[in-house]
Design a protein around this ligand. Structure first.
Ligand SMILES: Cc1cc2nc3c(=O)[nH]c(=O)nc-3n(C[C@H](O)[C@H](O)[C@H](O)COP(=O)(O)OP(=O)(O)OC[C@H]3O[C@@H](n4cnc5c(N)ncnc54)[C@H](O)[C@@H]3O)c2cc1C
Length: 373
């Protein structure tokens, strides 16, 4: 027998859970029958960093809010003041806890555990089958399961983060180090993040970008230890927790089959040049929920073509000329107001601002045919 729902949401990570959350929040959709399918695997909890020009979303705690950004390219190190934005940090644990209060109060929402085996879209409904044979149909199926079959991202962002504590004050709590390329070499281009929680606590992350797949056998622990030693002169620290994972970038989403809508990373919404997806996924879920509440087919604003076009050479640089990427990033921040660069990365700049940013980019790097391959 097939149980039917108004909406089935496959995958209860950030995208699936936030869609269920926004649907539960709105009185026009909260009584619709919603099925949320969560994986039997434990969720690999992670830190989300993001920037905002207002309060944190979802009533999240203010936590750390950085008004200064440090960018180190290897040959230059600059700190930029932010006036519009604050860079913030939260965790999937905190985000899920904020959403779960709403979800557990919604009597029309059913949460089950199971692994999705397949989905099928039809004219009037979608069908979903779990590995244990249970089947469901719905007006719409929202699919955030991962990885999609035949995944072919152009780039993989991968790495590891350590939550460390130091015995004495080591960090400036107002400054986020977003890109530190200092220990890169021609062979190993990578950057580090340092997001302090207090003067003696920070999340330190190493990030690599590789074409297609993350190579096996990466020694992130050594890279983090060497970085902390060489750059921060830290020998004495304790690793309180670790996290890690892989983000596929510039992913061409699987084709939407009428009633089966990809959401979250699966939909290709993670920003191709930065790996940032947190606020984009919240916006996607909010917009899908609003369209359904208005009685329309589910929809959300895709990246404008021009932002996809701007991303292209940067992705090409990461893929084919990675050692140039640090200088490119550094010169873009150096020649522009940092808030404007963040607004550009959020795809909220005007054409005039984009023209001004483009005018400051090193043309020689952009003329390299290799990055347009
Ligand atoms: C390690 C890491 C760090 C990141 N850090 C940031 C950051 O700092 N800032 C930022 O903006 N973005 C960040 N991102 C990018 C992005 O915001 C997150 O990946 C975000 O969690 C994506 O949400 P999602 O729902 O698409 O995927 P997920 O949150 O990963 O959720 C997918 C869910 O689907 C489940 N699932 C998969 N297959 C099946 C199946 N067959 N059946 C049932 N369930 C299934 C999974 O178990 C999981 O629970 C990060 C990503 C990673 C991997």
């Amino acid at each position: 027998m097939t149980d039917s729902y108004d909406y089935v949401i496959a995958g209860a990570g950030l995208a699936g859970r936030s869609l269920a959350y926004f649907l539960s929040l709105d009185e026009r959709t909260c009584r619709r029958r919603i099925l949320l399918i969560q994986s039997p695997d434990a969720y690999p909890h992670r830190t989300f960093s993001y920037w905002t020009d207002g309060e944190p979303p979802l009533g999240l705690s203010s936590g750390a809010a950085y008004r200064r950004l440090r960018i180190s390219t290897g040959s230059t190190e600059e700190t930029y003041e932010l006036r519009q934005y604050a860079v913030r940090m939260t965790s999937s644990r905190e985000v899920f806890a904020a959403m779960d209060q709403q979800l557990h109060g919604n009597g029309s929402l059913v949460i089950i555990t199971g692994r999705v085996a397949s989905t099928r879209g039809g004219h009037r409904s979608g069908k979903i089958t779990l590995e244990d044979g249970r089947r469901f149909s719905a007006d719409y199926i929202f699919d955030s399961t991962f990885p999609p079959d035949g995944l072919r991202p152009k780039l993989m962002m991968h790495g590891e983060g350590w939550h460390i504590t130091t015995p004495s004050p080591s960090f400036d709590v107002d400054t986020a180090t977003l890109f530190d390329f200092r220990t890169s070499t021609e062979d190993a281009v990578r950057f580090f993040y340092v997001l302090p929680r207090s003067a003696s606590e920070a999340l330190v992350e190493v990030t690599h970008l590789s074409p297609r797949a993350a190579p096996a056998g990466m020694d992130y622990a050594k890279e983090l230890t060497d970085y902390l030693k060489q750059v921060w002169h830290l020998d004495d620290f304790r690793v309180a927790a670790t996290e890690g994972g892989t983000i596929p970038l510039a992913l061409r989403p699987p084709r939407s089959a009428r009633r089966v809508i990809p959401i979250g990373t699966r939909s290709g919404i993670v920003k191709a040049t930065t790996g940032f997806g947190f606020t984009r996924i919240l916006d996607q879920s909010r917009q899908i929920s609003e369209s359904l509440a208005a009685g329309q087919a589910p929809t959300y604003a895709r990246s404008a073509w021009r932002f996809r076009a701007y991303d292209k050479p940067v992705i090409g640089m990461w893929r084919h000329r990675p050692s140039k990427a640090a200088g490119f990033m550094g010169s873009t921040f150096a020649a522009n107001d940092a808030d404007t660069v963040l607004r550009f990365l959020s795809e909220q700049t005007t054409l005039a601002e984009e023209r001004a940013i483009a005018g400051t980019m090193p043309v020689r790097e952009l003329l390299d045919p290799a990055i347009w391959r």
